[in-house]
Write a protein that binds this ligand. Sequence first.
Ligand SMILES: [Zn+2]
Length: 307
Amino acid sequence: MKRLWFSLPALLLFFCGGCFLFRGETASPELAGMGFRALSGSPGVFVHPAGVLKLTPGKRTCLINGMQFFLPHAVQLDERGRYCVTALSIAKVIQPLFSGQPVTCPVRTVIIDPGHGGDDLGAKGLKFKEKELNLALAKAVAEALKKRGFNVRMTRMNDKFLTLDQRGKLAHKGNGDLFLSIHHNAAANKNSNGVETYIVTPGGAASSNDKEEQIHKKSVSANCYDTVNIRLAALIQQNMVRKTAAADRGVRFARFRVLALSQLPGALIEAGFVSHPAEELQCGSAQRQRKIAEAIADAVTRLNSNR
Ligand SMILES: [Zn+2]
């Protein structure tokens, strides 16, 4: 994991600081204490030996090494104009991704959950139904993981309907170490496109698609995996964007029942929009499915090897 966030330009910027960098003058004391230094002439850009963080006042989204992440709370400027993030944003996103501390997540068996099935079609594109794309991609992910030496169990291998509770129970019973739910997206806006990786929302935070002022729920048992989840999601999202050149719609938080019920570390992957005519065709191609499958399998391998 250390290597993921290591970036030569960031390291050079950090150590060549001197007259080019303000020494944390515009970072909150918490961020400065973690080693973030503001980059002169680039408001909201903070350099760290492990990478670059870009914050925008009033926004819950931030960029970490150019990839989009949702924070539990919006960034604020204090009375001195310093960029402040909440303790929860540090604990659940910034610290796990910049600390370089290894995360212990030995993975032998991965539970793969192709979303929807049977009468539950999921989103509908012009050519494909989401349930079909989810199953095809899930099978490709299973192959890629098996090639890398992992055991795989699927919640469904055919066009069968399962409730969310059944999926969660299967994940629990399957003696898995990691849970991956595979979905495809749709939106009323036909131009929406790109990939997203969801993990269960930390207790006290609003989910990424909710307004921040909406009720911040208590933790669920799956929140004990928050640190593993954010690292897994960062690896999956980065790999998917790099391998497919799809638009990066970010690592996001949601209290999806299927994630909360699985009682395993895991993520829900939205692998593209069936409502976007061009992306729908890409999602239906074996080539794109193979690229996404390899992106996910490489992420699991990296997480397992504790780097
Ligand atoms: Zn879905």
